[in-house]
Design a protein around this ligand. Structure first.
Ligand code: ZN
Length: 112
């Protein structure tokens, strides 16, 4: 019986799918720093992203948890406001690891 259960568990294993969080890099053109936040991949729509360093509000469209370069007009159907922690900001651009890069591609459906 215990042997059967072991086989069952082994065959039930599936690699994690894309339901999770993806690391986003966001550049603040007001204070010239980078913000790194992990966003849920179900996020989509117009969002306000507050710079944790200077407080500037950025209006961006988010697709599958990734912050795109698409802006939208102030006050137009804002889905949510994102307020990263102060420690998410840094002056230097961070080199993303291989796994973080793959996750980003997966989030936008471009990873094979
Ligand atoms: Zn800023």
């Amino acid at each position: 019986m215990s042997q059967d259960l072991g086989d069952y568990k082994r065959h039930q294993f599936t690699p994690p799918d894309n339901n999770g969080r993806v690391l986003c890099e966001f550049y603040c053109s007001e204070c010239y720093g980078y913000v790194y936040v992990k966003l849920n991949t179900v996020l989509e729509g117009n969002h306000v992203i507050n710079c944790p360093n200077c407080g500037h509000k950025h209006y961006r469209f988010i697709k599958d948890g990734l912050i795109t370069d698409c802006r939208f007009h102030d006050g137009h159907n804002i889905a949510d406001e994102i307020v990263p922690m102060r420690s998410a900001w840094q002056k230097e651009k961070r080199v993303l690891g291989a796994i973080a890069q793959i996750r980003q591609l997966e989030a936008v459906g471009e990873h094979q």
